[in-house]
Write a protein that binds this ligand. Structure first.
Ligand SMILES: [Zn+2]
Length: 269
């Protein structure tokens, strides 16, 4: 996935490929100035946006893999946020808590079934409820496996349905997460950025960016009273196709703007 970033020296637009680390070394094509662009975005957000872009561009089959990966990475984000929230509650030092978390995650990192198990327990301990949405049907697991492992060619409508299911699940869980845990989980990325920043050679400008995305806008917007999943006791429908359609309406354009702007010099900020 590409995005357009503005040169801090001449204001020219440069097209950059999104990096796994969210850290991008950029040399301006127009003036040659060097910049390091840090994009504040969690992996599940990047993957879900990538899936949405693929869907909008007509690559329905490719979109499925990104949506599925987004859900797995969101479960990881939830587990991390929960563990760090707990550590903060018990006044454990952040670095120590993070070290223990990283060590623990290594035991499950290569097997998604183990990660799902960790998520199930984290949800139970945090919400005091069974994660009854972890059924194959509610997760769209059969559809996902048919597409990814058996080469099934899905129709766009089927992928939209799957996207709506994943979106609804992440959106509901995200709005029920406490701000402390989310902040702590995001702090991990900030720390990685800080380490990179420290090692930047002289003459390289650091640029921090926040990109619009399917989740980000909602996460930082205040949740209207009575609208959050937490206050409704989790009764919001998991597969809320309308919520995905609304988000696509509101934010879909924000995702495609990168591509449009890449071909059009001097587009709006
Ligand atoms: Zn420049």
């Amino acid at each position: 996935m590409f995005f357009v970033t503005m040169c801090p020296v001449c204001g020219g637009e440069n097209r950059v490929e999104f990096a796994d680390s969210s850290v991008h070394d950029v040399t301006c094509g127009a003036c040659g100035a060097r910049a390091c662009v840090f994009v504040r975005k969690q992996k599940f957000e990047v993957l879900f946006d990538l899936g949405t872009r693929a869907l909008m561009d007509g690559y329905a089959r490719e979109a499925v893999a990104s949506f599925a990966a987004a859900l797995e990475r969101f479960f990881e984000f939830y587990v991390r946020a929960f563990a760090l929230e707990r550590a903060a509650d018990s006044a454990q030092e952040f670095g120590e808590a993070l070290g223990l978390l990283e060590g623990t995650w290594r035991h499950v990192a290569s097997q998604s079934e183990r990660q799902l198990g960790m998520f199930a327990l984290a949800y139970l301990l945090r919400e005091g409820r069974e994660p009854d949405f972890l059924t194959a049907k509610a997760l769209g697991a059969d559809f996902r496996n048919r597409v990814i492992h058996r080469g099934y060619l899905p129709r766009r409508a089927e992928v939209e349905e799957y996207a709506a299911l994943v979106f609804g699940l992440i959106d509901r869980l995200l709005s029920g997460m406490g701000p402390v845990g989310v902040m702590q989980a995001e702090l991990v990325q900030e720390q990685a950025f800080a380490r990179h920043l420290e090692a930047l050679p002289a003459g390289v400008t650091a640029v921090f960016e926040e990109h619009p995305g399917m989740f980000r806008a909602r996460r930082f917007a205040p949740v209207p009273p009575g609208k959050s999943a937490a206050s409704k006791g989790g009764s919001a429908p998991l597969n809320d196709a309308a919520a995905f359609a609304r988000a696509l309406d509101e934010r879909g354009a924000g995702l495609s703007v990168f591509k449009v702007r890449a071909h059009r010099a001097g587009g709006e900020g």
